[in-house]
Write a protein that binds this ligand. Structure first.
Ligand code: SF4
Length: 269
C-alpha cells in the first residue's frame, strides 16, 4: 500500500507493505507514525548502531523545540496508522531482510502505547529493543527492553519535570535492561538542571547533546536548514563541551545529534 504524508508543504509518499487495521478502538492496536530503516541510531548510548525505527504516534508533552511534530500533533492524526504487533513486526522483518538487529522504539512518547507483545515477538527472532522516553509514564513491559534511555525534558522545553514519575519508570526497568540518561541542552540553565538530575543517579550513564533549536512544533524542512544545522551543531558542540568543563561535570559523555548532522530534519532516515 502507499501512504501519503503531507508535511510543511512537502508531499512524501512512503511505500508500505502493511495494511492498516480497520478498527481503531481495539486497545491492542499501536498508533504508528512511521516505520523506517535500517539506519543508524543518532543519539545516546547506541549512537552509530544500525537499527530499524518504529516511531509511535502521540505524546503527553509539547516541548517547544520538538523535532517530531508529525508524531505528536493531532493535526497529523490522519497520517497515523493503528496496527497490531504482528503487522508491525512483519514490517520490521521486511525492512531488516529478516536479519536480527536493534529495533528502536521512538515517538512521540512510546510509553503511551502497549509494546510488550511487539518486544516479545522480536525477542523470539533474536531482535533487540531499545526505547527512548521522557520518563513521564511507566509501563510493566519496560522490564522486557534491552536498552532504555530516559530523556527528561529540561527547562527550555517549557515542560514540567516530575521526578516521582521518573522514579516510577526507573523502578519498572528489569535487571537486564541497560538504562541511561540523555539530556538535550539548549542553554546553561538546562545544563545545570541536567547535572542536578544526573548527580542523583550516579550509577546511570549520562549523555548530553546540543538541542536542535532550529526545530519547533512548527518547524521547516529545507536543505538550507540542514546545512545551517551542521554549522550550528559544530559551534553548539564546542560551546557545550566548554560549559560542561566549566561546571566540572567530567563524568558525562557529550555527543552530537548524529542523524541531524547528517540529514537535518529529513523524515525516514
Ligand atoms: S520532544 Fe519528545 S517529549 Fe517533547 S513533545 Fe516531542 S516527542 Fe514529545
Amino acid at each position: 500500500m502507499s501512504v501519503k504524508h503531507q508535511k510543511h508543504g512537502l508531499n512524501i509518499v512512503h511505500e508500505c507493505s502493511f495494511t492498516p487495521a480497520t478498527s481503531i478502538d481495539d486497545a491492542s492496536l499501536i498508533s504508528i507514525s512511521e516505520i523506517f530503516g535500517p539506519t543508524i541510531q543518532g543519539e545516546g548510548a547506541l549512537i552509530g548502531c544500525q537499527t530499524v525505527f518504529v516511531r509511535t504516534a502521540g505524546c503527553d508533552y509539547r516541548c517547544q523545540w520538538c523535532d517530531t511534530a508529525h508524531a505528536v500533533l493531532p493535526e497529523y492524526e490522519e497520517e497515523w496508522l493503528s496496527l497490531d504487533a504482528q503487522t508491525i513486526f512483519k514490517e520490521v522483518e521486511r525492512l531488516s531482510k529478516h536479519q536480527p538487529m536493534w529495533v528502536t522504539l521512538s515517538g512521540g512518547n512510546p510509553s503511551i502505547q502497549e509494546l510488550g507483545e511487539l518486544i516479545k515477538l522480536g525477542h523470539d527472532k533474536s531482535y533487540k529493543f531499545s526505547m527512548e522516553t521522557q520518563g513521564s509514564i511507566s509501563k510493566p513491559w519496560f522490564a522486557l527492553l534491552d536498552q532504555l534511555t530516559f530523556s527528561p525534558k529540561p527547562p527550555s522545553s517549557a515542560m514540567h519535570f516530575k521526578q516521582r514519575l521518573l522514579d516510577r519508570c526507573l523502578q519498572a526497568c528489569g535487571d537486564k535492561t541497560d538504562v541511561s540518561f540523555k539530556f538535550v541542552i539548549a542553554d546553561n540553565d538546562d545544563l545545570i538542571w541536567a547535572k542536578s538530575i544526573a548527580d542523583q543517579y550516579p550509577d546511570l550513564p549520562c549523555y548530553i547533546q546540543p538541542c536542535n533549536t532550529q526545530a519547533s512544533l512548527e518547524g521547516d524542512l529545507t536543505k538550507n536548514v540542514a546545512i545551517t544545522h551542521k554549522i550550528d551543531q559544530q559551534s553548539q558542540m564546542i560551546a557545550l563541551i566548554e560549559a560542561t568543563q566549566t561546571l566540572n561535570w567530567h563524568q558525562v559523555r557529550i555527543l552530537p545529534q548524529l542523524h541531524t548532522w547528517l540529514w537535518g530534519d529529513q523524515k525516514g532516515v
